[in-house]
Design a protein. Structure first.
Length: 135
């Protein structure tokens, strides 16, 4: 299924981008990847800045955010190319019990790098997995 990233949205779970399971206490290795595609890469204006992250039990993990602004590296905040693969992962402690991991996306507010024209951005291929790390 194709997932449309809504312009100027909050964090949104990618379709088929979540797992819920019961785990023991310890560490989880969570990995998510996806393929971003702008609706029409030939459009004469920039695309919205897109951010990608992992969310564990309702909390976006800052270390997994891709598309944040690093002033010396990024001309504007957010991923904004015609088509690109994106992957992020983290090893995260869990107390055990019911756990939900999600691959989430969002566009940025206008003042942070998005454009003033809503250009659809889509997620095509995506995957997410979580491995429980035991001794």
């Amino acid at each position: 299924y194709v997932h449309e990233i809504l312009p100027i949205s909050g964090w949104d779970v990618v379709t088929d981008g979540s797992l819920s399971f019961t785990s023991g206490p310890g560490l989880l290795w969570v990995h998510g990847s996806l393929q971003l595609q702008v609706a029409d890469p030939e459009l004469p204006f920039d695309t919205p800045g897109v951010m990608v992250a992992l969310r564990i039990n309702g909390t976006v993990i800052p270390e997994t955010v891709i598309g944040g602004l690093e002033e010396h590296n990024d001309p504007k905040c957010g991923l904004s190319y015609g088509s690109q693969p994106v992957a992020t992962s983290v090893v995260w402690p869990t107390p055990g019990g019911q756990t939900t991991v999600e691959l989430v996306v969002r566009t940025l507010p206008l003042e942070q790098g998005s454009v003033d024209v809503a250009v659809p951005v889509y997620v095509f291929e995506r995957e997410i997995f979580a491995l429980e790390m035991r001794k």
